[in-house]
Write a protein that binds this ligand. Structure first.
Ligand code: TRP
Length: 333
């Protein structure tokens, strides 16, 4: 029997290169080794965006289309939407009963989120009850499928620690060994910065989307920061001080490309504009098959809908089994 992994993403709409390199590529590899459950965390989106739901459905679909285009295979992995598996909400109720309040209050990820809300809405801003439950709901996501591992970025590890604590507490309280204590599986990834050299993010307007056209990608790449000390194109350049473009070469170029770029740049044989134009070509070639697939799914929304419905049904079947066990263990009617 394969060990199981569960991971999710909030529905932030069309995904960018950071998601691709940091998360999706990992999932794509892991799905062949593990019994894999990947879901769109639309309830988690509501913890902060309960008042911005106009685009929620579209955002869910966009995330799934990006996954499918990047090779997450619905024949191999179970792809679903959190809110289409209501069993998770019931498990969340049981887990919330056994989770001490100070466990969620000390969750560092939650503290960061609270900070962001206060910086936007003022020092006295309310933190909703649902947001306080974020780590418990996340534990329900993971424990719903009695997962062994959770592939996540390092920013999510504190959440998984709480999940382990809750699983252990459940087992102790109800004198069972039913739940695994799931371990984080750290994404090994090339961290990609945004076009301005800062962390890539949708809200920073420095990202390149998987779904961007070749023209837009090229336009964006042309704005990427290079070696700020370089004035003319035949000045010798410093690839290691090149803030964005050379870093992208190192991620997307072949060994040969990287060597050539370094050598020509250092000798002043390659201007930054030409360099970036060439870089854009390499990146566009890499994403061409993904974008082709994306176009296909965009043109066939009924196929995406079917994948989401079927995946969610499959997830529910498994979730119902776990939930029946949990109800029995606790002693529910
Ligand atoms: N909190 C995660 C994030 O913001 C998303 C998430 C929700 C998740 N539930 C999960 C990730 C369960 C892994 C497992 O990225």
């Amino acid at each position: 029997m394969k060990e199981r992994i569960v991971s999710g993403m909030r529905p932030t709409g069309k995904l960018h290169f950071g998601h691709y390199l940091g998360v999706i590529q990992n999932w794509e590899e892991l799905q062949h080794k593990y019994d894999s459950y990947f879901f769109v965390a639309d309830w988690h989106a509501l913890t902060t965006k309960y008042d911005k739901t106009e685009t929620l459905k579209e955002d869910v679909i966009d995330v799934v289309i990006d996954w499918l285009s990047c090779g997450i295979d619905p024949e191999v992995s179970t792809i679903y939407v959190q809110s289409l598996v209501p069993e998770i909400a019931e498990l969340n109720v049981y887990l919330s009963m056994i989770t001490p309040q100070n466990w969620v209050e000390r969750d560092p990820c939650l503290k960061d989120m609270a900070k962001i809300i206060r910086s936007k809405d003022g020092a006295g801003a309310q933190i909703n009850y649902g947001l306080m439950g974020y780590p418990v709901l996340m534990s329900a996501d993971i424990m719903m499928f009695n997962s062994n591992f959770v592939p996540v970025g390092s920013d999510q590890v504190a959440h998984i620690e709480i999940t382990r604590d809750i699983a252990r507490r459940f087992n102790n309280l109800y004198k069972t060994d039913f739940f695994n204590e799931p371990k984080p599986l750290l994404n090994h990834c090339a961290l990609i910065c945004g076009l301005d050299g800062n962390k890539m993010g949708k809200s920073f307007h420095n990202d390149i989307k998987i779904s961007d056209t070749e023209e837009i990608t090229t336009k964006k790449i042309m704005t990427a920061i290079t070696d700020r000390s370089r004035m003319r194109k035949d000045d010798p350049g410093h690839p290691d001080d090149c803030e964005v473009a050379f870093k992208y070469w190192q991620i997307f170029g072949s060994e040969q490309d990287i060597q050539t770029v370094r050598c020509e740049c250092e000798k002043g044989l390659r201007g930054c504009a030409d360099c970036k134009r060439q870089l854009a070509k390499v990146i566009n070639a890499r994403f061409a098959p993904i974008r082709e697939k994306r176009k296909y799914y965009e043109e066939h929304p009924e196929i995406v809908e079917k994948i989401i419905r079927e995946g969610s049904e499959k997830a529910r079947t498994e979730a119902k089994k776990v939930l029946q066990n949990v109800r029995n263990i606790i002693g529910m009617y």
